[in-house]
Design a binder for this molecule. Structure first.
Ligand code: EPU
Length: 428
């Protein structure tokens, strides 16, 4: 049988309109936050991606009913508060499972969450999450690979969340969720400013929480006794939008993106403009088109509102065919470069020096069999395949399915020659 893979025949210009899905990285913590709520939570625009299915599976084990309604909305209601354990089997599949830690501790006074390991994008410690829980008054131990946390009642206080690579997105989410039901006021300093964190805060406020300052590095949470459910629409996925922008640009095409928030993509659009890609807001959506000649640029990933690490691999694919040398520096996950060797198999000229990659632009990429290593690297290989001469086979696309909703269908609808096939190669 083998695994699913994509076969892509490159060289067609993409043209047409694509709707961007709801943001995976906003939907995941918001789904976990349903643990905190009494009553029904209805979420609109939750993408149908494997990570959402995995978290739904975990929440069901934790006593939350999760149901996709006929109108597409996700309905979550807590039925039973007995189980407080997220096992290794599920955390190993998806690190974002760590975001049940704060809600379980705040609502059920205990949590046992398997300690996430590293992953393809590098070491991914959770020390800042644990620091936040301890500062809020929890006893936290590591027992046989599990984080075991307990607290009769959490108490608000000041929490500094800065680490060697800046703040932490899911750490901020965990601290904020735990603080909603704590006694007194919590101030999170050096909080992550990502739009997904602000979306979580907006959701929690709609449920009766009292959070201010979200979207800035200083978030203030006044604890409340109880949260209720609400209906909420998840923000558009800025990373999917950015990936689609590159798809338009790398094929010299013209795409119109519906449900796209340019205010969440300023650093990315700034780099696209420097490369020579036009991005314009119109009544119909955001229109992306590209001139023939692409200019090289330098780019450094940073916390929001800087250039997102989750678009580093995709921009690299585009810069592979720019006219000159570009420099890409990764400041969030310095080892997030497994796509470099694969892109080189397609004729790119990339040289890695520590956390930096020097991209020497080539005239064109050439189709080849390649292997996806993580979610965003998979997207970069698909983008390269769309521009390459000949056929590209992207193996291990289960990585891509974790975070892109019907990506192949969306690309095909705007003219890409991409087919999902069975029988892929999983040789490691
Ligand atoms: N860090 C620590 N200690 C911690 C937590 C993080 O040192 O306790 C470090 C990390 O090692 C990294 C930096 O802080 O160097 C930032 O990591 P962060 O905690 O912000 O990452 P995350 O919250 O685990 C989320 C996204 C990632 C995205 C990063 C950075 C979700 C579900 N995941 O992860 O998304 O790359 O923020 O923006 O929201 C993806 O979607 O492909 C993806 C990997």
């Amino acid at each position: 049988m083998g695994l699913p893979y994509f076969e892509i025949n490159g060289g067609t210009r993409l043209r047409g309109t694509v709707r961007v899905s709801g943001a995976k990285n906003a939907a995941l913590p918001i789904m976990a936050a349903a643990i905190l709520c009494e009553g029904e939570v209805i979420l609109r625009d939750v993408p149908r991606v494997a990570d959402v299915f995995s978290l739904a599976e975990l929440l069901i084990k934790l006593g939350v009913d999760v149901e996709r309604r006929a109108d597409g909305a996700l309905r979550l209601v807590t039925r039973d508060e007995m189980n407080c354990r997220a096992e290794y089997d599920i955390v190993r599949k998806m690190r974002a499972s760590i975001c049940v830690l704060g809600p379980l501790l705040a609502k059920r006074h205990q949590a046992q969450v398997s300690m996430p390991g590293g992953c393809a994008i590098g070491d991914r410690p959770v020390d800042l999450h644990l620091r936040a829980m301890r500062l809020l008054g929890a006893d936290v131990d590591l027992v046989a690979g599990d984080i075991v946390a307990r607290a009769k009642r959490l108490r608000g206080r000041e929490i500094f969340l800065g680490g060697p690579f800046g703040s932490t997105v899911l750490g901020t989410a965990n601290a904020m969720m735990a603080a909603t039901l704590a006694e007194g006021v919590t101030v999170i300093e050096m909080a992550a400013c990502e739009p997904e964190v602000a979306d979580l805060a907006n959701f929690l406020n709609k449920c009766g929480a009292s959070i201010s300052g979200h979207g800035t590095p200083r978030i203030v949470v006044e604890g409340v006794r109880e949260l209720h459910g609400c209906e909420y629409t998840i923000i558009p996925d800025r990373i999917e939008a950015g990936t689609l922008m590159v798809a338009g640009a790398i094929t010299n095409g013209e795409l119109t993106l519906e449900n796209c928030r340019l205010d969440h993509l300023m650093a990315f659009v700034d780099r696209l403009a420097a490369i020579g890609v036009n991005v314009e807001k119109t009544d119909k959506g955001v229109v992306v088109s590209s001139a023939r000649r692409l200019e090289p640029v330098d780019v450094t990933t940073q916390p929001f509102p800087g250039f997102p690490t989750d678009l580093q691999a995709q921009l690299m694919a585009l810069l592979c065919v720019a006219d000159g040398n570009s420099i890409i520096t990764e400041k969030i996950f310095p080892d997030r470069f497994l796509h470099v060797a694969e892109l080189n198999r397609m004729g790119a000229h990339l040289r890695k020096e520590g956390p930096t990659v020097i991209v020497e632009g080539v005239k064109r990429l050439v189709g080849a069999p390649v292997m996806a290593s993580d979610l965003r690297a998979s997207a970069a290989l698909v983008l390269a395949g769309l521009a390459a001469r000949g056929t590209t086979k992207v193996n291990r696309i289960y990585h891509l399915d974790r975070g892109y909703e019907r990506f192949d269908d969306k690309l095909r609808a705007v003219g890409a020659d991409i087919t999902r096939k069975e029988g892929g190669d999983d040789a490691g």
